[in-house]
Design a protein around this ligand. Structure first.
Ligand SMILES: Cc1cc2nc3c(=O)[nH]c(=O)nc-3n(C[C@H](O)[C@H](O)[C@H](O)COP(=O)(O)OP(=O)(O)OC[C@H]3O[C@@H](n4cnc5c(N)ncnc54)[C@H](O)[C@@H]3O)c2cc1C
Length: 277
């Protein structure tokens, strides 16, 4: 039986995210949480693979206790199991420590997995590092930014757009993919499914002890990445009105913006002009 694991992260609902102008940071604790959009696409991909091939889907997340909401949502969508990794000592983990913790949990709670599906990136931190690092931690092949997945026997074939090239790649299972939002449009959560998930499903909750993790290897203590400052960039905009004949307007445009236009078309316009004069 095909065993799939979908890694999902709870992210703040950006439209409702309160901003603290005094500190310049987001008040995450006041925001409503939701399943990261790319994780929803990874979940959709897993559901379609199960529809075609059969199998079992485990949704797993590491986060504060409230992150269990997205596990219920995953079960309402069709996941068979929900696993929550939560422990105050796991908080503040950077991507490397997150991947380490997820890997140890997957080995313990999802032994014998065939395919791990992650979102390609999250909407709140957007590093896109956890999937590839998780493949390294578990010592399985991985492909990031996958648009389409097809499983056949012990092989997974994936397609992804790299610049202007459509790549088709094949890996032997067990393997890991990170999924984009371009093909796997998530299905709606059925209301009945949500009600059944909340009333009947049991989320398996694991902390550092249950996972047998050394506390020096998890959370903020183990994380080498330090966020020194968060500021909101100021964007200055200026309107410029160019006047004169159309020819003169085009000349002025090139005089003022030759660097930007040259950059966009891949030419050094200043050098070209010098050569011509
Ligand atoms: C108690 C506690 C509190 C936490 N609080 C925060 C917080 O306030 N802000 C914050 O950003 N993170 C928090 N985390 C989680 C962790 O620090 C981040 O998930 C991690 O750094 C991921 O970075 P990213 O979002 O850039 O991932 P990316 O690399 O962009 O994520 C790519 C994909 O990796 C997978 N993935 C990433 N993170 C997780 C996860 N946690 N669980 C399952 N799959 C995952 C998903 O499939 C995701 O689509 C907390 C964790 C715990 C235990």
């Amino acid at each position: 039986m095909m065993k799939m694991v979908v890694c999902i992260k709870q992210v703040p609902m950006v439209s409702e995210l309160p901003w603290d102008p005094a500190t310049g940071t987001l008040k995450r604790d006041l925001a409503e949480g939701m399943m990261n959009p790319a994780c929803r696409s990874a979940m959709e991909a897993a559901l379609r693979i199960r529809e075609a091939e059969g199998g079992e889907i485990t949704a797993i997340t590491m986060g504060p206790p409230m992150a269990e909401e997205i596990l219920y949502e995953a079960i309402a969508l069709g996941a068979d199991r929900g696993v929550l990794l939560t422990d105050r000592r796991m908080a503040g983990a950077d991507t490397s420590v997150t991947s380490y913790t997820l890997a140890r949990a997957i080995e313990k709670a999802c032994a014998g997995f065939d395919l791990i599906l992650c979102g390609f990136s999250t909407s709140d931190s957007e590093t896109a590092q956890v999937g590839p690092q998780l493949a390294e931690e578990l010592d399985v092949p991985g492909v990031a930014y996958v648009d389409e997945i097809a499983v056949s026997g012990r092989t997974v074939r994936v397609q992804r757009l790299a610049d202007n090239f459509l790549e088709t790649l094949e890996m032997a299972l067990p393997a890991l993919v990170t999924v984009t939002t371009s093909v796997y449009t998530p299905r709606y959560v059925p209301l009945g499914g949500l009600q059944a998930a909340f009333s009947q499903a049991e989320i398996e909750t694991l902390d550092a002890e249950a996972l047998g993790l050394d506390q020096e290897m998890i959370g903020v203590k183990a994380s080498a990445t330090k966020i020194l400052n968060v500021t909101s960039p100021t964007v200055g905009k200026k309107n410029i009105v160019l006047t004169g004949t159309p020819k003169r307007i085009v000349e002025q445009l090139f005089e003022r913006f030759d660097d930007k236009i040259g950059g966009a078309i891949g030419k050094d316009l200043k050098a070209d002009k010098k050569k011509r004069s």
